[in-house]
Design a binder for this molecule. Structure first.
Ligand code: PLP
Length: 395
C-alpha cells in the first residue's frame, strides 16, 4: 500500500462515524430509525434565495469569480456586519469561502506554526481540534461543565494561555451545547485577552440568529471594540438561511490575516461557487423575516425536548439559549444500564434497543453527554422522546 503522510495520521476518524454507519446499516435492514444527529436545519432554503441562483445560472454567472468573492457578495457581507453587528470592514478584510468550515481551516493554516497552540473550549465543535492538528498546531482544551452552562471562565482562559498560544476559539451560540455567552461574560473574557496582545481570537458566529435570549446576539468584537482588530469573525449562510448544501461561509478580520487566508484559498479551491454566491447575496440583502419562523420552530422543539429529557431517569439537561441542539448529561443512564459504560456504548445501545440515533458527547470532548439535534419534525421528536423514555425509564 502507498505510505500516507504523518499529517493525516494525526487526525482521528470521527467518533460519530460508528454510530452514523450503524444507523445507516439498520435502516437498510428495514428498521425505523429516528435520526437526531443532523447538524443542519430540516427546512428548505427560502424560495427567493433559490430563485436568485436560477437567475444567476440563466444570466451566465457560471464562471470563476474573484478568489475572495464577488463584489456584490462582499458588499452584502459588509452591510450585514454593519446592520447586525455594528462592525465595519473594508473589502480587503472580507473573504468568502466554501462554507464557514473552509474559512476556519484557512485561518488555522494561515496563522499556526508547528507546535503553536489553539485554545479550544470543550464541549467543542468536532472539527476545531482536528483542523488545528492538520495545520501542525496543538489543541489546548478547556473543559467547561454543565454547572457553568458549558462556558469557560476568565480564570480558566488565563490558565490555558501559554507562550505558544496563537488562537483562542469562541463559538456562541455553541454547537453542541446551545448556550451563548452574555455581554458581561464576553467583557470578562476580554479582560484576559487584553493581557495577551499577540493572540488572535476566532469568533465562530455561525448560529448567530438562532438565539432566544432576552439579550440580543453579541460577540467578543462587538463587546470589546479594542479587540476587534485581532478578531476574525467567521459566519455563513448555512444555518441562518437553511443553506448547508450551498457551501457559502465568510470571514472578516485583520487585512493581513484575511489576505493570507485568501492566498491559501487561491492555491487550494479558488472561489466558492458563483451560483451559491449569487444566492447568498439574495439571502443577506433580502427579506430577513424568513429566519424568524425557523427560530420559533427550533425554540418550541427545544422546550419540548428539554422538558421530556429531564423527566427521564439518569438524564439531566439544561435549557439552551439557541441553536438546534440539546446536550444532556446522560451519565446517570450510562451507570444504570447493564453492559453500557461509556456515552459511545450508550449511543450504540440506543440505536439497537430504541431505534434512536444520537451523537455521543465524547465526539465533542465531553464524555458522559449526548448531543440531540432537534432539527427534525415535532412528530419525529415526540416518537424519539417516547422511545428514549422507554429505554431510560421515568424519574
Ligand atoms: N462552525 C460550527 C460551530 C458548526 O456547527 C458548523 C457546521 O456544522 C460550521 C462551523 C461549518 O458550517 P459551514 O461550513 O456549513 O458554513
Amino acid at each position: 500500500a502507498i505510505e500516507l503522510s504523518e499529517r493525516v495520521g494525526r487526525v482521528k476518524p470521527s467518533p460519530t462515524m460508528a454510530v452514523t454507519a450503524r444507523a445507516a446499516e439498520m435502516r437498510a435492514a428495514g428498521h425505523d430509525i429516528i435520526g437526531l444527529g443532523a447538524g443542519e436545519p430540516d427546512f428548505d432554503t427560502p424560495d427567493h434565495i433559490s430563485a436568485a441562483a436560477v437567475q444567476a445560472i440563466q444570466a451566465g454567472q457560471t464562471r470563476y469569480t474573484p478568489v475572495d468573492g464577488t463584489p456584490a457578495l462582499k458588499q452584502a457581507i459588509q452591510a450585514k456586519f454593519e446592520r447586525d453587528n455594528g462592525l465595519e470592514y473594508d473589502a480587503n478584510q472580507i473573504l468568502v469561502s466554501s462554507g464557514a468550515k473552509q474559512s476556519l481551516y484557512n485561518l488555522f493554516m494561515a496563522v499556526l506554526g508547528s507546535g503553536d497552540e489553539v485554545v479550544i473550549p470543550a464541549p467543542y465543535w468536532v472539527s476545531y481540534p482536528d483542523m488545528a492538528l492538520l495545520a501542525d498546531g496543538v489543541p489546548r482544551i478547556i473543559e467547561a461543565d454543565q454547572s457553568q452552562r458549558f462556558k469557560i471562565t476568565p480564570a480558566q482562559l488565563e490558565a490555558a494561555i501559554t507562550d505558544r498560544t496563537r488562537i483562542v476559539v469562541l463559538n456562541s451560540p455553541s454547537n453542541p451545547t446551545g448556550t451563548a455567552y452574555s455581554r458581561a461574560e464576553f467583557e470578562a473574557l476580554g479582560e484576559v485577552l487584553r493581557r495577551h496582545p499577540d493572540l488572535l481570537i476566532a469568533s465562530d458566529d455561525i448560529y448567530e440568529p438562532i438565539l432566544w435570549t432576552d439579550e440580543p446576539f453579541s460577540n467578543i468584537a462587538m463587546v470589546c471594540p479594542d479587540l476587534a482588530e485581532r478578531t476574525v469573525v467567521v459566519n455563513g449562510v448555512s444555518k441562518a438561511y437553511a443553506m448547508t448544501g450551498w457551501r457559502i461561509g465568510y470571514a472578516a478580520g485583520p487585512a493581513n490575516v484575511i489576505g493570507a487566508m485568501k492566498k491559501i484559498q487561491s492555491q487550494s479551491t479558488s472561489n466558492a461557487s458563483s451560483i451559491s454566491q449569487a444566492a447568498s447575496v439574495a439571502a443577506l440583502n433580502g427579506d430577513q423575516s424568513v429566519i424568524g419562523p425557523m427560530v420559533k420552530a427550533f425554540r418550541e422543539r427545544h422546550d419540548f425536548v428539554v422538558k421530556r429529557l429531564n423527566a427521564m431517569k439518569g438524564v439531566s439537561c439544561i435549557a439552551g439559549d439557541g441553536t438546534f441542539y440539546a446536550f444532556p448529561d446522560v451519565s446517570g443512564a450510562i451507570a444504570a444500564i447493564d453492559g453500557v459504560d461509556t456515552d459511545t456504548a450508550l449511543a450504540e445501545h440506543l440505536i439497537a434497543e430504541a431505534n434512536v440515533a444520537l451523537v455521543p458527547g465524547t465526539a465533542f470532548g465531553a464524555p458522559g453527554h449526548a448531543r440531540i439535534s432537534f432539527a427534525t419534525s415535532m412528530e419525529n421528536l415526540e416518537k424519539a422522546m417516547d422511545r428514549l423514555e422507554g429505554a431510560f425509564g421515568r424519574g
